[in-house]
Each structure stands twice: as structure tokens, then as C-alpha cells.
Design a protein around this ligand. Structure first.
Ligand SMILES: CC(C)(C)c1nc(N2CCN(c3ncccn3)CC2)c2cc(C(N)=O)c(N)nc2n1
Length: 326
């Protein structure tokens, strides 16, 4: 390997690590200027030596041509729905049914319910090969080029595994405010909320526009059977996915009783405004896969999970009263 190839390989490795620290761990290890300088060095070397452009090079994130539309993708494993709980009675009823089916030797995992849009990501031998929207749960749209622009989505995993993962793509509150300010300045129609802005961004036919929207994601499940990876439960699965290089939301908590679940809900009902992203509830899941299998599924959603939805906030529309009499 000549010294140029060595330098290109080294830059790929360094930029991948810096990108993971910054976008996945939210913990930058170098200044942005250092990252940009190394990225520009790699861009120059790739331009001079196109044969050295690796498919998972950080320079390949914003590459795709503008497309006419999106191909349809049938999910290998259907992306299920979640049944909802709106109050304490619903939660106690869910807990009663769980205990009726599997007794009381189990624990829940509680997660923030990110208010974005569900996506599916496919990796072959550790390389990101396809990304799709949830669609109707069975058929979604291929938005691989747009998802590649999300820096939190690894283009290559720490291990060369073939796996499909599911998560929520979202637009952080700050990016949303910046985007709407920019649109207001340009007399463009505003997005109503970060979820619509994220969905609109991922539906863009030009990946350069998606890349400009500063989206992120949290991964919360794999498609198919976790036991295939020698993993016995959901909490362990989330740790495994983090080990592969995926971002997962760290605000999750194991709860032994529905009282602990309700305390978790209470905590985040109060602290929701301090989060950098919007959430519309809390997802509660029985942890161990063997117990999930015992509980099984309804036609469209697991019996081992429920989404507690926060009450809809009263929408305060401050009507501008312009005094025309002056
Ligand atoms: C894998 C299961 C089914 C248990 C599951 N399903 C989810 N969802 C299903 C319904 N989805 C949906 N989306 C659109 C229309 C109908 N259903 C949207 C994702 C989850 C969403 C979140 C989140 N948002 O943060 C989460 N932490 N865990 C989830 N876990």
C-alpha cells in the first residue's frame, strides 16, 4: 500500500471515529475546524485518486443524484404499531394483563418516545446498504440517499454484522427553530412541528436538501429475532446496538413495577421541555425476549409493549391583533 493509500485509509478511520464521537456520543473529541481540515484533505486525495474512494467514506454521505421518486421497499419483518395508554388506569390495565400472562418475575424498560418518524436501516457485513421509511408497516419507501446524510447513522459498524435496525429519525428543536426562522425570512411556509419538518426533509428528492436539515436518529430495535445475536432482552440489545456504533437514547430506565414506570413518566412530563428534541410519550416494554414471546402480538402490535401518550398540549395561537386605526 503506497503512502497515499495509507493516508486515505488513515483519514477514513480518524474521521469515522471523530464523527462517531460528535454525532453518536454527542461528545466531540476535536474542534470542528480540525474535523473540517481533515475532511478537506480526504476530499482532495479522493479527487486526485478516485480509485481510493471507499463506499463508507465520510465524503460519500451527501452524494446521491436528485431522484424522480422513491422505490418501494417491503420490510423483511413488518414494522409493528404500538397500542396507546392515556392515563394511569390504562397503564394499570396493561400491567395487570402482563402479570396475568407471565407472573410478576419480570422487568420493564421505559424509553422516551421520540417524536419523529420511524425508519428501518439495513447493514450487510457491517456496511449501510439500505434505509427506508416505515410506510404502512409492511411496505415503505427507499430513502437511503437521504438517510446517508444523517451523521448519526453509521456508514460502517464496529463489527461486520448483517443486521436490520429500527429507529426514529428526528429534527432537534434548535435545528427546527433555525429552519423555520430561515423559511420565515424567505417568505416560505413554516413547518408546524419538528416531526413534520423531519418527515418533509426525508421526503426531499434532492439529498443535498436533506443534508442541510441537520437531522438525527435514535435506534431502538432490531428487525427479526434478537436471540439470533445471543441476546436475551431489550436492555441488553440496546447496549449491543451502541457497541456496534448506533446512537440509542440514554434516558432509558429499567422498572420493576408499574409504580416505578409512573414515576418515570412523572419525571419526564416535567423535564420534557429541557430535552434537545421533542417526545410525545414514554414507551414501556417487557424486557426479556422469552417473556415477550409468551405475551405475543395482536394483529398489529405487541402485547408486551405500550406507548403512554402525553396529553396534547393546548395549542396557544397568539393571534396578531394589528391596530389599523393609527
Ligand atoms: C419495536 C416496537 C414495536 C416495540 C416499537 N415501536 C415503535 N414505534 C411503532 C409505531 N410507530 C408508528 N409510526 C407511525 C405510524 C404507526 N406507528 C412508530 C415507532 C417505537 C417507537 C419509539 C420512539 N418513537 O421513540 C421507541 N422508543 N420504541 C418503539 N418500539
Amino acid at each position: 500500500m503506497n503512502e497515499i493509500e495509507q493516508r486515505v485509509t488513515e483519514l477514513n478511520k480518524i474521521l469515522h471515529e471523530y464523527g462517531h464521537a460528535y454525532y453518536v456520543l454527542d461528545n466531540p473529541v476535536v474542534a470542528d475546524s480540525v474535523y473540517d481540515q481533515l475532511l478537506h484533505e480526504l476530499i482532495a486525495l479522493e479527487e486526485a485518486n478516485p480509485s481510493l474512494i471507499y463506499p463508507d467514506s465520510p465524503t460519500q454521505r451527501v452524494g446521491g443524484a436528485v431522484v424522480e421518486g422513491f422505490k418501494k421497499v417491503t420490510h423483511d419483518y413488518p414494522m409493528l404499531s404500538l397500542s396507546n395508554a392515556f392515563n394511569e388506569a390504562d397503564l394499570r390495565e396493561f400491567d395487570r394483563k402482563v402479570r396475568q400472562a407471565i407472573g410478576d418475575q419480570f422487568s420493564y424498560v421505559c424509553e422516551l418516545k421520540i417524536d419523529g418518524l420511524a425508519i428501518s436501516l439495513k447493514y450487510e457485513n457491517g456496511v449501510f446498504v439500505q434505509g427506508a421509511t416505515r410506510g404502512d408497516g409492511v411496505v415503505g419507501e427507499d430513502i437511503t440517499a437521504n438517510l446517508k446524510t444523517i451523521r448519526a447513522i453509521p456508514l460502517r459498524l464496529k463489527d461486520p454484522v448483517t443486521i436490520e435496525v429500527r429507529g426514529e429519525a428526528y429534527m432537534p428543536k434548535k435545528s427546527f427553530e433555525k429552519l423555520n426562522t430561515h423559511r420565515a425570512d424567505n417568505g416560505e411556509e413554516l413547518f408546524a412541528n419538528p416531526r413534520n419538518a423531519a418527515a418533509g426533509s426525508l421526503r426531499q428528492l434532492d439529498p443535498k436538501i436533506a443534508a442541510s436539515r441537520q437531522l438525527s436518529t435514535f435506534i431502538y430495535a432490531i428487525g427479526g429475532d434478537g436471540e439470533l445475536y445471543g441476546i436475551d432482552g431489550h436492555a441488553e440489545m440496546l447496549d449491543y446496538l451502541e457497541g456496534l456504533g448506533f446512537p440509542s437514547n440514554k434516558e432509558r430506565q429499567r422498572c420493576s413495577t408499574i409504580e416505578e414506570v409512573m414515576a418515570f413518566i412523572e419525571h419526564w412530563t416535567e423535564n420534557r421541555p429541557n430535552l434537545a428534541y421533542e417526545i410525545d410519550g414514554i414507551v414501556i416494554k417487557v424486557d426479556r425476549y422469552a417473556q415477550q414471546d409468551e405475551l405475543g402480538y395482536t394483529a398489529k402490535s405487541p402485547r408486551w409493549a405500550i406507548a403512554y401518550k402525553f396529553p396534547a398540549e393546548e395549542v396557544v395561537t397568539t393571534l396578531l391583533t394589528i391596530d389599523l386605526t393609527v
